[in-house]
Design a protein around this ligand. Structure first.
Ligand code: SAH
Length: 262
């Protein structure tokens, strides 16, 4: 069977280490998920091990036609499971009607967008195991108080517990990427919602981190001044705010805005 030639613009770096593939698959399968979506299966290095769990409702989404052809030709058990398309564009309801977990060696150029889409479906995605750039993995898993903590860390940690599982070196991929990689696991926490507008919450977090060296008072000026709001939080830099602090802040701002309209 002819191999698939890696296409850079699709973020293709094929994992070439079976032990790491097994470790990644185990990191999800130890939770005994009923349904699994693999994003970007490529030549199937993870898929092959996912097929050891025939009881699982497995679906794959792959944007590269050559990879789709390769997978269908190599693994007859995948019949009807491989969707040719873009994960960022697909209507998830075409793949699953119920909850599903996510796995993949993600294309690094779109890993943030993948996580934003996961957030859109947070109530249907109990867990995610993904390989991404090491630096991004560290950022997502960082607690508040650390330099790496940023917008996507806060947003994801609002609804997921995030574990940095292990680091993966460049040399185990074909072709090797320029940076190191890491595998992280997201597990849905108990929070059902934040109690006020998600879009206001996002706006506050984005604005606060936009100038991360400034105090919150400075970055959030346009939001807090019209409301006459001040608080000890405003002396902080955004990375010193916990998820709970940001939620509380967004809900206070939301209330003040409503009162102002009355
Ligand atoms: N899982 C394979 C391939 C990882 S490379 C391995 O570990 O070897 C990333 C894969 O994601 C490639 O196969 C690429 O074609 C695919 N891909 C890139 N963008 C995508 C998108 N938007 N939707 C679905 N798949 C995508």
């Amino acid at each position: 069977m002819k191999q698939v030639r890696a296409k850079k613009n699709l973020g293709q770096h094929f994992l070439n280490d079976q032990n790491i593939a097994i470790k990644i698959v185990d990191s999800l399968m130890c939770q005994s998920p009923k349904s699994v979506l693999e994003i970007g299966p490529g030549m199937g290095v993870l898929t092959k091990y996912l097929l050891n769990y025939p009881e699982v409702n497995l679906k794959l989404i792959e944007i590269d036609g050559e990879s789709v052809e390769y997978l269908n030709g190599t693994y007859p058990a995948l019949s009807g499971k491989v969707h040719f398309g873009d994960f960022l564009k697909i209507d998830i309801n075409e793949l699953f009607t119920d909850d599903f977990t996510v796995i993949g060696n993600f294309p690094y150029n779109i890993s943030s967008q993948i996580f934003f889409k996961v957030l859109d479906y947070k109530d249907r995605i109990p867990s995610v195991v993904g390989m991404i750039q090491k630096e991004v993995a560290e950022r997502l898993a960082s607690p508040h108080g650390s330099k790496a903590y940023g917008i996507l860390s806060v947003l994801l940690q609002t609804f997921y517990d995030i574990e940095y599982l292990f680091t993966v070196n460049e040399g185990v991929f074909i072709p090797p990427p320029k940076v190191k990689s890491a595998v992280i696991r997201l597990t849905r926490n108990q929070r059902t919602d934040i109690g006020c507008s998600w879009s206001l919450y996002k706006e506050i977090i984005k604005q606060a981190f936009n100038q991360r060296r400034k105090t919150m008072r400075n970055s959030l000026k346009s939001i807090i001044v019209p409301l006459g709001f001040d608080h000890e939080w405003m002396n902080r830099r955004p990375e010193q705010m916990s998820v709970e602090d940001f939620i509380e802040l967004a809900c206070i701002i939301s209330k003040l805005r409503e009162e102002k309209l009355e």
